[in-house]
Ligand binder design. Structure first.
Ligand code: DI6
Ligand code: FE
Length: 404
């Protein structure tokens, strides 16, 4: 086997996001090389030990572009049928998200449409969304179930997510979110439904369809007690957990995440300072979802200052879903994290790379460093802050995943 690198990119400004360097972990006269899908060199060009043509089979120029790690969207619900555009209109006329949910609309209306869709149909719809994300820099994507709420449809959603991972040019991590809402056939019997959710999990896990387990812990979702039961079922199978926590009220979801060692707690608008301290101790990532905050016209901000003060890593994700976040661009979520939550553009970029990877339990991506996966994006920008500055459009010049 040749010792030469597969590829070498020159004339690149690297935003490595390594902590040991300055802002953005920047290396302005940078070179990036990879072999067998992993980064083998990420440094300044002057440190290359030989002529580029001798080092690598393929040498290319980034033409002075900024290069970042591939973006990671660590919280999406992108497999679903139908839209909720009419519900959007109703909300603008004054109905609240909770009122619509309690009246049998909301999540349950997407469940009806998703149950009716075939696997191929769901795949086709979802692939278009995955493509939109990938084309603007996303190389790793988390996808939740949760619009089936019965065994067959939860399974179908997870199968579609797996197929996206095989065929859509993007890495996919799946999350089982059957505890998302109460399906009509279980009306008034939430505890029985949670029994069913826990019973379905081992079968889906045996089919290798589940990488993690999530729940919606909320007044219109499930109680902390019910959430604990779902987490126990996950733990019995050795699966990591995460949670939709403290989005519309403080039910202690983030604190529960810290207690059980969850990968992440997501949303967190109502999270208390005490819970933030517990998250810091436990190493739980705070996943911020400014798209849902924006669409629901929320005013209660997540405790950003407190996350900073206690060193809780903040990730940023689209939450791509038909109800609260029809967000087809991770960069747009980054922009909203800056404008609504006052993250700096560098924090937002760390939030969709190194911290997002950590929210998925992935240590092999999220920075440009030797040994990391060769997932990277060449951007048509003059400064990395532009990634958060432009609203919409497409800035990714080229997206490389595992060196290809
Ligand atoms: N929180 C969310 O933001 C999504 N699910 C959840 O538990 C919204 C899902 C939807 O409205 O369809
Ligand atoms: Fe969500």
């Amino acid at each position: 086997m040749s010792a030469r690198w597969d590829g070498l990119l020159l004339d690149a400004k690297l935003a490595t996001l390594r902590d040991d360097l300055g802002a953005y972990g920047a290396i302005e006269d940078g070179a990036l090389a990879w072999k067998d899908g992993s980064i083998v060199f990420a440094g300044s060009r002057a440190e290359l030990e030989d002529a580029p043509g001798k080092l690598a089979d393929r040498v290319e120029s980034a033409e002075g572009r900024w290069v970042t790690p591939g973006l990671v969207d660590c919280h999406t619900h992108l497999v679903f049928a139908g839209t909720r555009a009419v519900e959007f209109e109703h909300r603008l006329l004054g109905a609240s998200y909770e009122q619509i949910a309690r009246a049998g609309g909301g999540i349950v209306s997407t469940v009806r449409a998703t149950r009716e869709a075939s696997e191929d149909e769901l795949y086709r719809i979802a692939a278009a969304r995955a493509r939109a994300l990938r084309d603007d820099g996303v190389t790793t994507l988390e996808i939740k179930s949760g619009y089936g709420l019965d065994f067959r449809t939860e399974r179908r959603m997870l199968r579609v997510a797996r197929r996206l991972g095989r065929e859509a040019g993007i890495d996919v991590r799946t999350t089982y979110l059957a505890a998302h809402a109460l399906p009509p056939e279980f009306a008034g019997r939430a505890d029985d439904y949670i029994d069913a959710v826990c019973e379905w999990l081992p079968q889906l896990h045996a089919e290798r369809l589940v990488d993690a387990v999530d729940a919606f812990c909320e007044g219109i979702g499930f109680t902390p007690e019910q959430t604990r039961r779902v987490f126990a079922a996950a733990k019995a199978l050795g699966l990591p957990v995460k949670l939709h926590a403290d989005q519309l009220s403080d039910l202690g979801g983030a604190a529960l995440c810290a207690e059980v060692g969850a990968l992440s707690a997501d949303h967190l608008e109502w999270t208390s300072d005490e819970a933030v301290r517990a998250m810091a101790k436990a190493g739980t990532v705070a996943v911020l979802l400014p798209g849902a905050f924006h669409v629901l016209r929320e005013t209660k901000l997540p405790p950003i200052e407190s996350f900073r003060a206690h060193g809780v890593p903040m990730a940023v994700a689209t939450d791509l879903n038909p109800g609260t976040a029809p967000v087809l661009s991770l960069r747009l979520a980054m922009a909203m994290a800056c404008t609504h939550f006052r993250l700096t553009p560098e924090e937002a970029l760390r939030g969709t790379t190194v911290h997002a990877a950590r929210a998925l339990g992935l240590r092999d991506r999220g920075t440009l460093a030797v040994g990391q996966r060769a997932d990277f994006v060449e951007w048509d920008v003059g400064h990395p802050a532009e990634l958060c500055y432009w609203l919409g459009g497409r800035l990714a010049h080229r997206v490389t995943r595992a060196g290809r």
